[in-house]
Ligand binder design. Sequence first.
Ligand code: SF4
Length: 116
Amino acid sequence: MGKCAARLILRSLDMGDDYVEVVSCPTCARTKIDLIPIANAVNDAVSGIGKRLKVAVMGCVVNGPGEAADADIGIAGGDGCAVLFKRGRIIKKISEDEIVPCLLEEIKNLTEQKEG
Ligand code: SF4
């Protein structure tokens, strides 16, 4: 199994360590979903959240979960779907159009836990 480094989409210079870091894979022939718009939508939605959290948006289930094992939450794309994982463990399968709302819901839950 090959390695493919996740790329950082956003690193805020204003928020110190307290921001949601969104990473995505560089995409390749294995990419199964329309990854870049999904990653950008998540990135845009979390840009104002001042909590330390890592989110991974990966294009396939071959390398996605392994590469994002240190992320708090993420997805790895399949054919018209994705698996949702937390800290490298697959939690459930969702359809492609559920990816953004599902990630945002999970991010909301995690940030609320961190506030508690
Ligand atoms: S995670 Fe999968 S789709 Fe993304 S670059 Fe790696 S092998 Fe390709």
